[in-house]
Design a protein around this ligand. Structure first.
Ligand SMILES: *Cc1c(COP(=O)(O)O)cnc(C)c1O
Length: 375
């Protein structure tokens, strides 16, 4: 897509990766070509180098590259010894995979409601969710903003709980100057193509400072073996593809610049939409360096769906993350729990187009259309 076309009504996607693809194509093609020339397609040099580079970037001792963010969550929980009958506290306002991973290992997801300003786990509710079976907490850094980690870590220390961070939407984000994904016992990243650091296929990674947890993850990703044909555990086939690692290594050096581009785009939205009372803009907390994986507003007075339809008529795509909180999905509905804030937000939220190179004129048109639609 021609970049100039983006500002033309009729074609504003919710995410446009074509700018990035165009800019990096020569480097990406040569990275892929060198994988083909070397002929090592599984656990080659690029995977090892990518792990080292991510560990360095995050400031963490170990990074273990995996097949997906979902596998990163499952493997982390297993590495930490979470299993049958254990309870794991998490947020109902997340992508399904967070809870699915808990169920996948035989544990029970226990949801706590969210803070309406940050869309993240309301840490005031954590204590009341504890039982004798509680073994872990999975905070999600939703839409690119860190969860409030201090109270989570404090409670975890007090009750000897594991903390597994779901960082699928927040690569490079920070909490009080520390990279998210390095604060809990393990951090789980996703390189799904639409994430703020995305591969051109599936990918994921776990980060940890604990050598034993790293070793467990290394074994679990390769059929439970450290040594080939000497299997010590029941594991998975969950390796990051060598070609994806090569692509990610081209992209990693740009992540700060891209996150900064998203941050600036968010500041422009704030300026363009700021004083408009039909909507509530996302709040950026002091403790967090937000990477705006999504720019998610709340639309008041039951007008969200109408606004989304109007924007689409003008060619502006938006997304609803998430139309149903996880506890209301068919698979968990029988739990019969109520999470009033998450339920209310699921009918108010609307994620606007955002990507690092989005142009001001595009955002201006989006903001004007929103104002005109809600007037
Ligand atoms: C995308 C995502 C995942 C899953 O990552 P995959 O790589 O798609 O498996 C998990 N949690 C959250 C919050 C996500 O956004």
């Amino acid at each position: 897509m021609d970049r100039r076309e983006i500002a033309v009504p009729g074609k504003i996607p919710v995410l446009d990766i074509s700018c990035e693809v165009q800019a990096l194509k020569p480097q990406i093609m040569s990275a892929i070509e060198s994988v083909l020339d070397r002929g090592a397609f599984i656990m080659g040099q690029n995977v090892k180098d990518f792990e080292r580079e991510v560990a360095e970037y995050l400031g963490v001792n170990y990074a273990v590259a995996l097949n997906s963010g979902t596998d990163a969550l499952v493997i982390s929980l297993l590495a930490c010894g979470i299993g049958e009958g254990d309870e794991v506290i998490t947020t109902p306002f997340t992508f399904f995979a967070t809870a699915e991973a808990i169920s996948q290992v035989g544990a029970i997801p226990v949801f706590v409601d969210i803070d309406p300003d940050t869309y993240n786990m309301d840490t005031n509710l954590l204590e009341s969710a504890l039982t004798e079976k509680t073994k872990a907490i999975i905070p999600v850094h939703l839409f690119g903003q860190s969860a409030d980690m201090d109270p989570i870590m404090e409670l975890a220390r007090l009750h000897h709980l594991i903390v597994v961070e779901d960082v699928a939407q927040a690569f490079g984000g920070e909490y009080k100057g520390r990279k998210v994904g390095t604060i809990g016992d393990m951090g789980c990243f996703s390189f799904f193509p639409s994430k703020n650091l995305g591969a051109y296929g599936d990918g994921g990674l776990v980060a940890t400072n604990d050598p034993d947890l790293a070793e467990q993850a290394v074994m679990l990703r390769a059929h439970g073996s450290k040594k080939k044909y000497y299997n010590e555990l029941i594991g998975f086939n969950s390796r990051l593809d060598e070609i994806q690692a090569a692509i990610l290594r081209v992209k990693l050096p740009h992540i700060d610049e891209w996150n900064e581009g998203r941050h600036q785009a968010a500041a422009r939205y704030r300026r363009l939409l700021g004083e408009f009372e039909g909507i509530i803009l996302p709040v950026e907390e002091q403790y967090s360096s937000h990477v705006y994986h999504q720019y998610t507003i709340r639309v008041r007075n039951g007008k969200r769906d109408e606004l989304q339809a109007r924007l689409l008529e003008e060619g502006i795509s938006t997304m609803i993350y998430y139309p149903l909180p996880v506890h209301q999905l068919p698979v968990y509905r029988s739990m019969n729990v109520s999470m009033p804030v998450a339920e209310r937000l699921s009918i108010e939220v609307l994620s606007l187009p955002i990507w690092p190179q989005i142009e001001e004129s595009t955002q201006q048109f989006i903001a004007e259309t929103i104002r005109a639609s809600l007037y």
